[in-house]
Ligand binder design. Sequence first.
Ligand code: UDP
Length: 357
Amino acid sequence: PYYAKHFDVCTLPFLLNDITASTNPIKVFEYMALGKPIVTTALNECKKYESINIANNYDEFIELVDKMLKNNDKNYYKKLKTEANENTWSKKANTIVNTLIDYEKTASFLSIDDVIEEILLKIYIQNYNTNIKELVRKNISKKQKTFIVTINSETCIYSKEDEIYRNMVLDKKVLLVPDSISITYVMKKAFKEKIDRYPGIDLLVDILTDLNKKKKSLYLYGSTEKVNNGMVKYVNDNFPNIRVVGHKNGYQEDETIVENEIIKLKPDAIVVALGIPKQEIFINKIYQKLDKGIMIGVGGSFDVLSGNVKRAPILMRKINLEWLYRILKDPKRFNKFYNKNIKFVFSKKRGIKEWVQ
Ligand code: UDP
């Protein structure tokens, strides 16, 4: 109000571009409340209000400012006041709260935890319009340092329980990929959009295919000595152009030896199979010390690719029953499955009303 004493017309002379097209210039509501005539360029949001004068070009803008300087039309000032009252901060906030409450009603059969929702939202944003396979391919060519975490119910539950791990998963530098059916199922219910599952093991094979095409180098860390050697053989047999510059089993007494070796060798890709959360914690440590490399934790993938553990038949994978196959083959996994997956899908979320307040 103090500055308002010094002018008679309020203007928003924004250039029109992709950014301003989606901008909601809330200043205009303050201008309305001041009771001063408003002239703007043709911003989408401004077109919604009668009291805002829209100029479609430079000359019109000047003309409208001139006109508004001389404007004595009482009805115009009445309109300004009405629209100011219709757009107060509390009315805007109520609209948002009501939208969220409506959203909660439609999604009420599914209640997900806030932390998990944040992770899923990140996956959704990163994967919705991006072909991850292409992105990783490009990053291999550009030698762009890339930290990938494959997200399943276990990573979600772990993130919920461990703040350091959670912050790492949610860090901007980390690319999240939906590894399991529980993730894509919950995402479909929560966001009403289908995001395709991209199992870590398939992503690993795609990465190896790209590394092979570009004749790149690879470091393999993790699993038992037998499985690790089997994995090296698998890569050499199937991807002959990849140089496996180093490999170590995942049961080292002194992990810094592996760390230093990787830093010295600077491989184009570092694949780590230590299980969750060890593999991500390890990658996070070496990430800061490297300036290139695709880095990914792949859980039990070495066991499968080396031929030591069988993967579910293709038909079962296609109908999303890989998890059932794993339990049937190894009933000990049921406890882990129950604790991670069932708890994950049905974990409790605070009501939207509650956190808005
Ligand atoms: N692993 C390892 N070092 C460890 C713990 C696990 O190398 O200290 C390996 C293990 O041999 C297996 C892989 O990590 O090859 C994945 O382990 P797990 O089955 O626990 O993980 P999941 O596949 O369930 O994520």
